[in-house]
Design a protein around this ligand. Structure first.
Ligand code: HEM
Length: 182
């Protein structure tokens, strides 16, 4: 997993819970880097999972709630660092449709070792989008936070619900994204 996700996660924990919490979870975990991540490096995903679980253990917060909140933070980072994708997409559904076809394709070109999910459109109308998330990392709560934050970014209010599904290719999570009536 890219170091950017680690550096953003530790910053998120610091903002939410303080620098002492960051020091404590770094002490709790066996990390290849001793906790010193650089944004362009690549590190085992297991370290992010361990850091998340250490926060859960110390704070009592739900892992899904933490990941969703972290999704909001990560979305602001993407919106300021990669604003061109948000500008050129111009709307929530267009941005979500461009993750698999465009955004993550460009990310993969920059970082061939990036571990990216698949985000496939399973249905789309003007008021609703069905978006299927598949990833070995099971970060659907992070994806949900990113979707919610992207909806806030464009000021297009939606409700997001999730369904666990499976097909011949394995398990996945379907997001049903409904536009709220104005
Ligand atoms: C400009 C917008 C975006 C950029 C630049 C971007 C880039 C990235 C990068 C660099 C990673 C880390 C890859 C790695 O750690 O190896 C990542 C992971 C991820 N991205 Fe995006 N992304 C964007 C938008 C989105 C949006 C809107 C979603 C919403 C669903 C999304 C879903 C995810 C998820 C869930 C992961 C975690 C990896 C996984 O679940 O397997 N991304 N993205």
């Amino acid at each position: 997993m890219k170091g950017l996700v680690f550096t953003e996660f530790l910053e998120f924990v610091e903002t939410q819970m303080g620098a002492d919490m960051v020091d404590a979870i770094i002490d709790d975990c066996e990390l290849s880097t001793g906790g010193a991540y650089t944004a362009v490096g690549t590190y085992p995903f297991s370290e992010l999972r361990d850091l998340l679980l250490a926060v859960v253990k110390r704070s009592g917060a739900e892992p899904g709630d933490l990941l969703r909140a972290f999704g909001h933070k990560l979305c602001s980072t993407f919106a300021s660092g990669y604003g061109q994708y948000f500008d050129s997409a111009g709307s929530l559904f267009q941005l979500l449709a461009s993750i698999d076809d465009h955004i993550h394709v460009e990310v993969r070109k920059l970082y061939p070792d990036a571990e990216l999910p698949s985000m496939r459109i399973a249905g789309r109308s003007s008021d609703q989008m069905l978006l299927d998330y598949r990833s070995e990392r099971g970060l659907e709560a992070l994806a949900e936070g990113l979707i919610e934050a992207t909806s806030n970014y464009y000021r297009e209010p939606v409700t997001v619900s999730t369904t666990q599904m499976s097909d011949a290719d394995g398990e996945f999570v379907r997001f049903t994204i409904d536009r709220k009536a104005a």
